[in-house]
Design a binder for this molecule. Sequence first.
Ligand SMILES: NC(=O)c1ccc[n+]([C@@H]2O[C@H](COP(=O)([O-])OP(=O)(O)OC[C@H]3O[C@@H](n4cnc5c(N)ncnc54)[C@H](O)[C@@H]3O)[C@@H](O)[C@H]2O)c1
Length: 358
Amino acid sequence: MPQHAAAAGAPAIGVGFLGAGPVTQAIHLPSLARLDETFRVAHVMDVDSAVASTVAARVGASHSASMESLLDDPAVDVVAICSPHQFHAAQVIAACRAGKKAVLCEKPFAVSADEAAEIAAVSAETGVPILVGAMHTFDPGWLAAEELAGGLLRSAHTLRSSIVLPPNARFEDFATEVIARPAAPERDLEDPAVVAAVLEGGILGLAIHDLPLVRRFVPDFADLEVLRAEAVRPFGYVVLVRAGGRTIELTAQISSGATAAWKPDWTFEAVGPDSALTITFTPSYVQAGSAVAELTAGARTQAAGPFGHNGYEGEWRRIAGIVGGTERAPAASQLIDDLRFAVAIVDGARARVLEAAA
Ligand SMILES: NC(=O)c1ccc[n+]([C@@H]2O[C@H](COP(=O)([O-])OP(=O)(O)OC[C@H]3O[C@@H](n4cnc5c(N)ncnc54)[C@H](O)[C@@H]3O)[C@@H](O)[C@H]2O)c1
């Protein structure tokens, strides 16, 4: 049962978390702390009740170990889904059916096209606004770049998402003292089934932040084909895709050296015949302002950013606007097509790996 009621005069929008692992602790709670005139954390749920109670105590919220308890809590206006991937779809559906004011689902939205179709039906039936926490889509640097891009949105022939980062734990530790961090699994990259699973994890877990941006340049992906798909050690991927007449390169390398001297890099590029866009994002977890965008056309370069906040805070600002009635949620069909695009790449990558092993 919830153990804490909203205090009189508390900020208007009560947030409930389903899942209170590193992302809740190191990303969302710091974002909400900066927006504490708008949001209060009302309820923290985790299947590990020690995690739920410890995290809840940090922010003065109720806690529980059951989703129903959180959804029944009238102090929860907005549900943030931060559980592992396989639970997202069912929790989004339950939160919509509970009639909450909005749902923020961590990426990925779901893990299959069937789940996407189910969410689409419930979203249409309930009308509850949903956001997917693919953070780059809310980064003011990307939003400004989208405005600058103009004709490049139609003419780009090459899209690149390249990521070189240290392990998440390094950044989590800058943000907070993480309770109950899951251990990194051992992976046997000689086994094609493991390689396929690593690629799925990399595409749905990491590339997914940039795939909605890629799709902005590739609206029609019915002919999508994965030409190359490899997992790299210790964790990463190289995936080459053709879709809608465009070449899409997705690469990631997560280093194992926590104190590596190199600079983390997360770059998205779109290259066309007359112009090129480069967006440099801050690493995941880092909340130090927005991405920086540069559009070059001939001798002319236009720049945008950095702005004061990044995509994590952007997600919550958008929720505040949606709940307050000043902004609209993205169309559910757009989120679902973004997921279908990601799942098509996962399926194509799996087929390439299994084919190479046969
Ligand atoms: N936006 C980002 O930059 C970013 C970064 C990393 C991870 N993520 C996403 O955030 C989500 C959470 O990732 P994480 O790194 O915090 O850790 P995680 O996925 O390992 O676990 C999160 C927590 O969920 C709890 N849990 C397990 N099953 C649950 C259930 N059915 N209901 C509620 N809670 C449950 C676990 O006990 C754990 O405390 C994932 O979907 C991940 O892809 C987002």
